[in-house]
Design a binder for this molecule. Structure first.
Ligand code: IMP
Length: 426
C-alpha cells in the first residue's frame, strides 16, 4: 500500500492534528516524520481539547499504531508530560506507540543553546519556540547527536556527558546572560529517560517496509508548515527540518515511489508565529478580528499569531513543492461576518507583477496584489453538509480550486472532529 502524507502548506498551525484525527479511522499506522515539541497539534472531541507535541495524532484511536519516526527530535521531559496526560485519560499508549531508534534526543543543554543563540541574535532572532530544535538538528547533521537507540548501549551516559559538556562550553562562547541549574534539569531529564525506555524502540524503516508489504495503510503526519521548511521556507526564519513532502521520505525511510496521496492543509486566511516576512499580514481591525475569532495563540508557546489574508502565491508554491493531490481548508468559519474578503493572487515584485514565490519576500521587495470577494454572514459552525455552505463561500472555494488546480475535499468549520464537511472526496 502507498503511504499517504498530510502536511501544512503555510507557516504552521493549519490544523493538521484535527485532520489526522478525523482521517485516522482509515489508517492502520500514523507516523510523525519530522519536528519535535515545537509542534502543538490540537484535537477536540467529546467536549475536550487535547494538545499533542511529539506524539502522533492517531493516539486516541484504538487499533491504530502510532510511530515516532527517525526524522523526529524527542525531548524526553516533554514526552513524559504528554504520556502523563494520556495516562490521566486512560489512553493505553503502551500497546500502540513505537519509537524509531534513529530519532534524535533533545538534551537540556540543547534548549539552553537555543536560548543563548536567540538572545545573542537580539532583534534578528528567529522567534524560536526555544525547545532546542535547531541545536538538536545541528548535532544530527554535525554527526554528534544522541539517538534513541543509543539508550540501549551501556555507555550512553558517557556519550551524554561528553555532549552536554561541549554544549556548556558553547553556551559560554555566546557570552549572554542565561541562568540555569543543570543539575536540576538533568534530574528531570534522567527521570524522563527511564520512562522513555519503557516504550518500544524499533528499526522503524524496516517496520514500515514490512507493514506496506502486508497491505497496512499508513499516514505520514507532518509538523510545522511548508513555509517553515529549512530549504524552501522563508530562510532564516524557518525551523530546522524538511517540513515538505520529501521530509516524509527521509524522516521515515519510505521511498518516493511509495508515496500516494498528499493532503495539503491550509487555513482560509494566513497566520504566522515568530519573526520573518509575511506579505499579506494585517495590522488593522480585520487582522484583529481574525485573531480574536480564530483564537490565534500558539498551542505550544501561547504567543499571539500574526494574521493576514490568504496568500495564493505562497500557497501555489507550497502545493508545487509538495505535489499536493487534495486540499483541506480549515477555519472557514472564522471568516463569517466579513463584508469583503481579499486573496493575494500576485505580487508586485520591485515594480513587476509576478505569480511565483520569489527569493525575497520582505516588504521592501514585495507588495501583495489582491482579488476581492463578497463575504458571507452565515455561522458555519453548525453545518454538516456541503449543500449547506453559503453561496459566497462556495465562490471563494471554487476560485481557489481553479487557481490551484487541486480539489478541496474537506472544509473544516470548527475545531471539533464533528465540525468537518467532506466535499468531492475520492
Ligand atoms: P523552532 O523550530 O522552535 O526553532 O522555531 C523556528 C520558527 O518556526 C519560529 O518562527 C517558530 O515560531 C516557528 N515554528 C516552529 N514550530 C512551529 C509550529 O508548530 N507552528 C507554527 N510555527 C512554528
Amino acid at each position: 500500500m502507498a503511504v499517504d502524507l498530510l502536511l501544512g502548506l503555510q507557516w504552521g498551525d493549519e490544523g493538521k492534528g484535527k485532520i489526522v484525527d478525523v482521517l485516522t479511522s482509515k489508517y492502520n499506522i500514523i507516523a510523525r516524520f519530522q519536528g519535535g515539541p515545537n509542534a502543538g497539534h490540537t484535537l477536540v472531541f467529546n467536549g475536550r481539547k487535547h494538545v499533542l507535541h511529539t506524539i502522533p495524532s492517531g493516539i486516541f484511536h484504538d487499533n491504530t499504531t502510532n510511530l515516532v519516526g527517525n526524522g523526529v527530535v524527542i525531548d524526553p521531559v516533554i514526552f513524559k508530560k504528554e504520556l502523563d496526560k494520556l495516562e490521566e485519560q486512560h489512553v493505553d499508549y503502551r500497546k500502540s506507540m513505537l519509537i524509531s531508534r534513529k530519532a534524535h534526543i533533545i538534551l537540556p543543554t540543547h534548549r539552553l543553546l537555543d536560548a543563548a543563540s536567540e538572545t545573542a541574535k537580539g532583534k534578528a532572532k528567529i522567534g524560536s519556540t526555544l525547545k532546542g530544535i535547531g541545536p538538536t538538528y545541528m548535532d544530527k547533521t554535525g554527526r554528534n547527536g544522541l539517538r534513541v537507540g543509543d539508550l540501549e548501549l551501556s555507555d550512553w551516559k558517557e556519550r551524554y556527558r561528553a555532549l552536554a559538556d561541549k554544549h556548556e562550553s558553547m553556551i559560554s562562547y555566546y557570552n549572554v546572560d542565561i541562568q540555569y541549574d543543570l543539575a536540576e534539569l538533568e534530574k528531570e531529564f534522567f527521570e524522563a529517560i527511564k520512562v522513555l525506555k519503557t516504550l518500544k524502540f524499533i528499526d522503524s524503516e524496516e517496520y514500515l517496509y514490512q507493514a506496506q508489504k502486508a497491505g497496512k495503510t499508513i499516514l505520514a503526519e507532518g509538523a510545522q508548515g511548508s513555509l517553515l521548511d529549512i530549504d524552501f521556507g522563508t530562510y532564516p526564519f524557518v525551523t530546522s527540518s524538511n517540513t515538505t513532502a520529501a521530509g516524509a521520505c527521509t524522516g521515515l525511510g519510505v521511498s518516493p515511489s511509495q508515496i500516494g496521496d498528499v493532503f495539503g492543509i491550509f487555513k482560509a486566511y494566513t497566520t504566522r508565529v515568530g519573526s520573518g516576512p509575511f506579505p499579506t499580514e494585517l495590522f488593522d481591525e480585520d487582522g484583529a478580528t481574525m485573531s480574536r475569532v480564530g483564537q490565534e495563540f500558539g498551542a505550544t508557546t501561547g504567543r499571539p499569531r500574526r494574521c493576514g489574508w490568504l496568500d495564493l502565491v505562497a500557497l501555489r508554491y507550497a502545493c508545487q513543492v509538495n505535489g499536493v493531490t487534495q486540499l483541506m481548508m480549515m477555519k472557514g468559519d472564522v471568516l463569517s461576518g466579513f463584508n469583503t474578503l481579499k486573496v493575494c493572487t500576485a505580487y508586485n515584485y520591485k515594480g513587476e507583477t509576478i505569480t511565483h514565490f520569489p527569493y525575497n519576500i520582505e516588504p521592501e521587495n514585495v507588495k501583495p496584489i489582491y482579488t476581492e470577494f463578497k463575504g458571507w454572514k452565515e455561522d458555519l459552525t453548525e453545518m454538516a453538509d456541503a449543500n449547506q455552505l453559503p453561496k459566497a463561500l462556495n465562490t471563494y472555494i471554487e476560485f481557489l480550486e481553479k487557481e490551484l488546480e487541486i480539489p478541496i475535499t474537506i472544509v473544516s468549520v470548527g475545531p471539533d472532529r464533528k465540525q468537518t464537511i467532506f466535499r468531492n472526496s475520492k
